[in-house]
Design a protein around this ligand. Structure first.
Ligand code: NAD
Length: 274
């Protein structure tokens, strides 16, 4: 592995996470900003990425050609949209560079393209890149394993800012997957995503989701285990987007010398066997 700083491309450079990543890369030893990319037609094309992020000029000008940006890079940090991410996974695999995917709301089709790209590329994908949420998912899995599904109902509650476009959040789904795995059930067939009107009584063994949207909330998640006469709540509050950006950069550095494959943040953080 090279000792030189890892050359990273930020796609979605003018977005909330893109700007946070650009600010943070500068403060992390071992990582350097190589290029910044936005969607074609974005008003930020041609602007200095550092200026957009509030850092001052960096000399890295935001472009709209990912192929060109990936050419001499070693990794791409991607918090964009599902369609863009599926496209980038093919390009990153072609360029043989690390692809860190934070984008949420991917369809089964998007995920299939990402999995195909992972045959040639090192991809780290997670609905939440923070250490805290990944630890929370391990704890939720352990609690789900320990508590009888007939006596304990699992509900996942999340709140995000009003601009978020997908629901439930990638993190809520990640926590649901962890709880389902702990119980040895399949989340897709056991989850209740919406309740409205005369729903009837709660079906034992299901995992419910509730979504709140409003204001500037960065991310609030709770996993509730509701029993007869008592509730156990495991929760996480994100106070700053830098927790996700720091995790994403850590993931890129971790994947630098790994074999091609699709990895999660649990692998990066050494929590996958918990
Ligand atoms: P945002 O809308 O502020 O930013 C997305 C940016 O991507 C925009 O600037 C948009 O122009 C750009 N973009 C879209 N298509 C593009 C393309 N083809 N090429 C280049 N740029 C493109 O959104 P955000 O709040 O930064 O979130 C982005 C994604 O990251 C969402 O899916 C969100 O849920 C997810 N997210 C994940 C984590 C995590 O830890 N995994 C944390 C926060 C947000």
């Amino acid at each position: 592995m090279s000792d030189a700083a890892m050359k990273l491309v930020v796609v979605g450079a003018a977005g909330r996470m893109g700007q946070t990543l650009i600010r943070l890369i500068h403060s992390i030893e071992g990582a350097t900003l190589h290029a910044a990319v936005e969607r074609a037609g974005s008003p930020f094309i041609g602007r200095d990425a550092g200026e957009i992020a509030g850092l001052g000029p960096t000399g890295i000008i935001i472009g709209d050609d990912p192929l060109q940006a990936f050419l001499h890079a070693e990794g791409v940090l991607d918090f964009t949209s599902p369609a863009a991410t599926a496209e980038f996974s093919g390009l990153a695999a072609q360029a043989r560079i690390v692809h860190v995917i934070g984008t949420t709301g991917c369809s089964a089709d998007n995920d299939a393209r990402i999995a195909a790209a992972a045959r040639h590329a090192r991809i780290v994908k997670s609905g939440n890149m923070s250490l805290g949420v990944n630890l929370l998912s391990v704890l939720a899995g352990q609690a789900a394993r320990a508590l009888d599904p007939i006596d304990w109902d699992i509900e996942i509650l999340e709140m995000h800012h009003k601009h978020k476009v997908d629901a439930p959040s990638g993190t809520a789904l990640l926590l649901g997957e962890a709880a389902a795995k702990g119980r040895g059930i399949d989340l897709a067939s056991k989850s209740v995503r919406v309740r409205d009107g005369h729903t009837g009584a709660r079906e034992a063994g299901t995992i419910g989701f509730a979504t709140l949207r409003g204001g500037s909330v960065i991310g609030e998640h709770s996993v509730l285990f509701a029993g007869e006469g008592e509730i156990v709540t495991l929760s996480h509050s994100a106070a700053d987007r830098s927790i996700f950006a720091r995790g994403a950069i850590k993931a890129a550095l971790w994947a630098r010398d790994k074999k091609p494959g699709l990895y999660s943040m649990l692998d990066v953080l050494g929590l996958s066997s918990q």
